[in-house]
Ligand binder design. Structure first.
Ligand code: HEM
Length: 466
């Protein structure tokens, strides 16, 4: 079989230089491989350790075969860090352990269980919106993080972390930004003051402790019909429950996966709407007269969110480790190889999504991609467990915001991506809330590398991905 195509190793630093370039900007590196080398490419030419595969058929092959392709986190995290953490969550598990853990968590996320969350989401969203002063700028990214974190803690764990939302949020941010497998951690695991490794250990311990105290409080009292309750009540065949460390592991994953994703999508959606006044007007007309909870039924909001998730999926790439040899696109994939799939690239296929770089919510009136052609929530055994919750949450929050204010980025604001484990707008993004009647008539274009990812103004500049 032919070796995988791919770029030459970095001139001075070899393969490590390419790995660094990928870690520094995964979206740009992946888009470049896709353009230059087609459906299968190595991190470098002939690479056996990291291979990128593009397109719906490869997404299906890699994401659905959980026996051959394992989730990467547990393998990528250096052993010393694994020892420090108190427990692991769904995204770090594979095989029968993963199936059993998922079985425990699933009932709390069934669509029927969602109804009781709508009122909480609407109440917390109203609280956040009440804190904005018309005409005064605030940081959109910080606000959406605070809100989705509060929603996640209240709905999943039965606690209101209003007072601690910013500090817990900062811990999650630091953990995502430092990344277990960043080069600075992997190649310099030195536990000395000031090193990224020390910072990561500290933040892991702090977050674990914050979650352990939530578990503690609930073990000793409180009995809400929420996710934490079903985890606390879970028993194996021998009647044993989950240990505190196992609980902390599951909660960390739920917290990280369950708030940063929806907060980024909300921020992106509001920024995109601010630049597309026609779509914004359509949303405002559609939600007029509805309560935020009723906005959950809005088809127009549904299309806005689908289009935002198409262009700017919070998890642009999904990686797996091959635990057995396989073949992808005619190339041999040895055991131990990290295989990267890309939603970012898949969602920009012009054959499926005409004018793929434009924000066109109306395309969802007729678009019917398969689950491997459009997969913001993933596919296969690790498909997002919180998709129905996220959908409900994001529509209610958008309804609560847009029924009172229209948000306009402060002129000259650069809007760029920050890609760690997830992709989010790089904060701060200052925006000004206006009542609809006082909306400035001029749309001030936003700067930043959002313009590389989305064709906001129909101009001809160079872009990433088609
Ligand atoms: C816009 C919102 C969201 C997006 C785009 C999203 C996306 C995803 C994706 C792509 C995966 C699969 C990862 C992989 O295959 O490796 C995933 C898994 C997961 N998501 Fe979400 N997610 C969102 C919101 C949520 C929410 C609100 C929760 C609530 C707890 C949540 C919890 C999870 C969990 C626990 C997993 C791991 C499932 C498993 O490994 O079995 N997500 N999500």
């Amino acid at each position: 079989m032919s070796p995988v195509p791919g770029p030459a190793p970095h001139r001075w630093t070899g393969r490590r230089g390419n790995a660094h370039a990928y870690a520094a900007d995964p979206v740009a590196y992946t888009a470049r491989l896709h353009h230059e080398f087609g459906p299968v490419s190595g991190l470098v030419h002939g690479d056996q350790r990291q291979v990128f595969v593009f397109g719906a058929e490869h997404n299906r092959a890699v994401l659905t075969d959980g026996d051959v392709f394992h989730t990467v986190l547990e393998y990528a995290i250096p052993a010393r860090i694994r020892r420090v953490r108190r427990g692991i969550g769904l995204l770090n598990m594979n095989g029968p352990d993963h199936r059993a853990a998922r079985h425990t968590v699933t009932p709390s996320f069934r669509p029927q269980a969602m109804g009781r969350h709508a009122e909480v989401i609407a109440r917390l969203a109203a609280d956040e919106v009440d804190s904005w002063i018309p005409g005064q700028a605030f940081d959109l990214t910080a606000s959406m993080r605070r809100l989705t974190l509060r929603i996640a803690c209240q709905c999943f764990f039965g606690v209101d972390i209003a007072r601690d939302a910013d500090s817990v949020g900062r811990m999650v941010q630091q953990m995502l930004a430092l990344r277990y497998f960043a080069s600075s951690i992997r190649y310099f695991p030195v536990d000395l003051p000031g090193t990224p490794y020390r910072r990561l250990l500290t933040v892991i311990r702090q977050l674990d402790d914050a979650l352990a105290s939530i578990v503690d409080a609930r073990r000793t009292g409180g009995d809400a019909p929420d996710l934490l309750q079903s985890l606390l009540a879970d028993r194996d065949e021998q009647g044993r429950g989950l240990s505190d460390d196992q609980l902390v592991g599951q909660l960390t994953t739920l917290l990280v996966a369950g708030h940063e994703t929806s907060s980024s999508t909300l921020s992106w959606a509001l920024i995109l709407l601010s630049q597309h006044r026609g779509d914004l007007a359509e949303v405002l007309d559609d939600i007029a007269g509805r309560t935020p909870e009723e906005c959950a039924g809005s088809t127009v909001l549904d299309r806005v969110l689908k289009e935002t998730l198409r262009l700017l999926p919070p998890g642009p790439n999904t990686s797996r480790i091959a635990v057995a040899p396989s073949v992808l696109g005619g190339h041999e994939i040895p055991a131990g190889c990290q295989v990267v799939t890309s939603k970012y690239a898949t969602h920009r296929n012009p054959a499926l999504f005409p004018e793929p770089l434009r924000f066109r919510p109306e395309r969802w009136a007729t678009a019917t991609p398969t689950r491997y052609e459009y997969l913001p929530y993933g596919a296969g055994p690790h498909v997002c467990i919180g998709a129905a919750f996220a959908d409900l949450e994001m529509k209610i929050v958008l309804g609560a915001i847009l029924s009172r204010h229209v948000l306009v980025p402060v002129p000259g604001t650069p809007v760029s991506r920050e890609v760690g484990l997830l992709m989010s707008p790089k904060g701060p993004v200052p925006v000004v809330p206006y009542p609809r009647s006082a909306l400035p008539s001029r749309v001030d274009p936003v700067g930043g590398d959002l313009n590389e990812m989305v064709d906001l103004y129909g101009d001809e500049r160079w872009r990433l991905g088609w």
